[in-house]
Design a protein around this ligand. Structure first.
Ligand code: ZN
Length: 413
């Protein structure tokens, strides 16, 4: 989501010609025995004027958002749009309160000094909510630059079903009461499988199936609402601080999930369950029994409650206990590496990020994962692979939720 259409250059209202011989071949009428339905590799339809305007508006906002204060001429140069188009778009954005004029640039260039413009970074706040923790629902008022302005949380008390929905309701209500700045939207990271309309198809821990969370909250608060899976939300936050457009985030907490961005675009999967690696069985040697009924799922090796219970059983003191604890963490890391190797190999990923308690993940577990990945992938193809700890700490879902709203509402990230 971070690389939105806005980053791909201006759109004109001219019809886009087929972009490659392959695309035009695919557009040709199907021949008996071939694919019955042709599919263009890239959009080849006419771009409607109103869509071009939306696209170019996002392009201007993205340029200002990433680069900061600059002149209209700078924006024109950067985006490839004409000065006239920029003036027109900027005037509309100023009228909407999204862009402000900051005064004139002090420089030595001859002629009239240029007026600097920027996204009005104080104009809006975003509400971010993280439902992925077992004990509490956490939320924050987030600024347009991703800074956390206010925090709040609500104890879950094992609430499920409708009671859990009402808790989300109350948390959002409390957060909205903490800001007097207009709110751009509400972003929510939920555990489980969430479809693109923000319906939580299945979140067993919360007892939710087919809960239309996005629609309910949008009606209740009369604001734009975006709901997505917590790991898919988290990877958006991580992408902001990464230099890579191919990125896998492994989120380890009560369960284990993953968020994936390929070529700058989030991957959600055909059944909206991309990244659900927690219940992939690791290896053929069995393993601990999992809540899902299988034995040896990745979650049974790696989820925080499982790891902490195993570490506690190993004892707290003495050399033998320390070595047993290292072995437990190393085995968990090895299992993670086994699951990740084919994913890394198939996608030629450049970056894998671990998010979760650093005291568990950042040490023998991390080392064993790297070691296993190296042994199991082709070094010459995956030499640049980096496995690192997240820099977002426990705010990863809150920040990602804000990125999701920015992207969804303004085409900016
Ligand atoms: Zn399982």
């Amino acid at each position: 989501m971070t690389a939105t259409d806005a980053q791909r250059g201006p759109v004109t209202t001219e019809p886009t010609p087929p972009t490659s011989p392959v695309a035009s071949e695919l557009l040709a009428a199907p021949v008996a025995g071939t694919f019955s339905r042709s599919r263009a590799l890239r959009p080849t339809g006419k771009v409607l004027p109103e869509h071009a305007r939306t696209h170019n508006r996002a392009l201007v906002l993205q340029t200002l958002y990433s680069a900061g204060p600059q002149s209209r001429a700078d924006v024109a140069r950067e985006t490839g749009l004409t000065r006239v188009t920029i003036s027109d778009l900027v005037a509309a954005l100023i009228a909407e309160g999204l862009v402000i004029e900051l005064g004139q640039r002090e420089d030595a260039r001859p002629g009239k000094p240029a007026t600097l413009i920027d996204v009005d970074r104080g104009a809006f706040h975003i509400i971010g909510v993280d439902l992925s923790e077992h004990e509490v629902f956490r939320g924050a008022v987030v600024g347009l630059d991703g800074q956390i302005i206010e925090r709040d949380e609500i104890a879950r008390d094992a609430a499920t079903g409708e009671a859990a929905v009402l808790l989300v309701d109350r948390l959002v209500e409390r957060l909205l009461a903490r800001t007097s700045t207009p709110v751009l939207g509400i972003g929510i990271g939920s555990p489980g499988v969430v479809d693109p309309l923000g319906v939580v198809r299945s979140a067993p821990n919360l007892g939710w199936s087919d809960v239309a969370l996005q629609e309910r909250l949008a009606e209740r608060f009369a604001l734009p609402v975006h709901v997505a899976n917590d790991a898919n939300v988290g990877v958006l936050a991580e992408h902001g601080s990464s230099h890579h457009d191919d990125l896998l985030l492994i989120k380890i907490g009560h369960g284990v999930g993953a968020g994936l961005i390929i070529g700058g675009r989030p991957v959600v999967g055909g059944g909206f369950a991309a990244g659900e690696i927690g219940h992939v069985v690791v290896g053929t040697d069995g393993g601990p029994r999992c809540a899902c009924g299988k034995a040896g799922c990745l979650e049974t090796w790696l989820a925080v409650p499982r790891l902490t219970a195993r570490l506690a059983a190993a004892g707290a003191q003495g050399e033998a206990a320390a070595s047993a604890r290292d072995d437990i963490l190393r085995e968990a890391g090895r299992r993670l590496g086994i699951v990740l190797a084919p994913v890394v190999g198939a996608l030629n990923l450049s970056e894998v990020v671990l998010s979760g308690p650093a005291e568990l993940l950042d040490g023998p577990l991390h080392e064993a994962t790297v070691d296993t990945l190296r042994k199991r992938t082709m070094a010459e193809f995956n030499r640049d692979l980096r496995l690192r700890m997240s820099e977002q700490a426990e705010d990863i879902v809150l920040r990602g939720a804000a990125v999701m709203v920015l992207s969804g509402q303004l085409g900016v990230s």
